[in-house]
Ligand binder design. Structure first.
Ligand code: IMP
Ligand code: MG
Length: 183
């Protein structure tokens, strides 16, 4: 990786740490008196580092599951439709308080589709938790229940987020130099 591939750091390691702590505390507070099974449902692959931090910090010992969906094709543009590539199966879904864990909300299509899908499957409750939100890009009306950091309309990578499968392993979130994807 070249030094000039990241224009600047948008959310550094300390801010990620503080953000995940705050979100875990909020979730703990909200589910303190619930008699359901708390399930963090991560959306592969972007949510993996965020999920790993969040699950350690939530005190009520959540269960974890993963789904894989596609909305972005390759590159930096969303395809507009959501496709389930890997689903999850549970016999006891009606006992599950699901929190969908996502890296970033852009158009809002992925999470609004998934919330509907999970409610239809019979979940006890469905909420959403995103590390990043780009509210200026919304195409459907959608507000997450738990939101880390709002970011401007820039293409960002790192801490799970990729461009063409690269940069996911960066420990911070940075703005990708447009030269990388306009070449
Ligand atoms: P939505 O359905 O448009 O809200 O799409 C959300 C998905 O788009 C995320 O899970 C990411 O995979 C991808 N995405 C949106 N913005 C970015 C970005 O700036 N960097 C990397 N991936 C992004
Ligand atoms: Mg994603």
């Amino acid at each position: 990786m070249n030094n000039n591939e990241i224009l600047r750091v948008l959310v550094n390691e300390k801010e990620i740490e503080e953000t995940t702590t705050r979100l875990a505390e909020q979730i703990d507070r909200d589910f303190a008196n619930s008699n359901g099974r708390l399930v963090l449902l991560g959306i592969l692959k972007g949510s993996v580092p965020f999920m790993a931090e969040l699950m350690k910090k939530i005190k009520s010992n959540p269960e974890i599951e993963f789904m894989k969906v596609s909305s972005y094709g390759s590159g930096t543009k969303t395809s507009g439709s959501v496709k389930i590539i890997l689903d999850w199966q549970r016999e006891n879904i009606e006992e599950c308080d699901i929190i969908v864990v996502e890296d970033i909300i852009d158009s809002g299509r992925t999470l609004s589709y998934l919330c509907q899908y999970l409610k239809q499957k019979g979940a006890k409750s469905v909420r959403t938790c995103t590390l990043l939100d780009k509210p200026s890009r919304r195409e459907v009306d959608f507000t997450p229940d738990y939101c880390g950091v709002q970011v401007p309309d820039e293409f960002v990578v790192g801490f799970g987020l990729d461009y063409d499968e690269r940069y996911r392993a960066l420990p911070y979130i940075g703005i990708l130099n447009p030269e990388v994807y306009t070449k």
